[in-house]
Design a protein around this ligand. Sequence first.
Ligand code: ATR
Length: 273
Amino acid sequence: MSSKTDHYAVIGNPVAHSKSPEIHARFALQTQQDLSYERLLAPLDGFVASVQEFVRQGGKGLNVTLPFKLEAYALSTRLTERARAAGAVNTLKFDDGEILGDNTDGIGLVSDIVRNAGIVLTGKSVLLLGAGGAARGALLPLLNEQPARLVVANRTRSKAVELVHRFAAHPHLEVGDFAALDDAFDIVINATAASLASEVPPISPRVFGKRTLAYDMMYAKEPTAFMRFATQHGATARDGLGMLVEQAAESFYLWRGVRPETAAVFAELREQL
Ligand code: ATR
């Protein structure tokens, strides 16, 4: 590393669990980029001050994790279209006084489904479970793939209605009721926080068919409760580890203009879980 080394970090609270430093260190090695990437623990009431200090010291970019994605959105002086649609920012790039805010979570999800799992979204029926930040971040990148139908269902129905309303211009987007979902979808995406509590959203197993991909944005060493439920009913399940690696690759590309290979990094992370 030299004085020309560019500095990056993931900022959050807590942040000790973040795998981003490992992922970006591997990307940097692979693409021979001269950069450092650390963990930055910001006080809960000190996000903006921590970012300002990081920039003052010459920092080039940050990944933003919980609970600061909304504050990062507010702090950005320019937003990408997908960050604006997500209403949240997970990637900041500092350039000549400008703070560019992006959101790579949704495109990370889409890349993992389309490129890594090899499943086309165009023309398919997609069920998105949840209406919080994770679901919102996924909506525009999913819609850009032009599924035939994208149904958003949430335990608290009103939040799904509100979310769909934000994207009212998209004709193939609709609200679904947990209780009324009765047909098999091509792809079912769990964007709820249920897996954190080892729970499964209360949906009918009939949403899963033999050709359904059941995707959980969460990941763990063992399959999540949602993945087990889906496979018990005939679906193929996939967890969110690939999404994690792909969103990191998109951030890396935004910062460095170089696209890292993700497959080997994904395999190494899987091994270490
Ligand atoms: P995130 O940013 O991860 O999306 P969030 O904004 O707190 O987090 O949203 C959590 C989502 O998970 C919501 O859609 C929530 O449903 P409600 O709006 O009804 O609260 C959903 N969720 C959490 N636990 C759940 C459970 N056990 N079953 C179904 N949905 C659950």
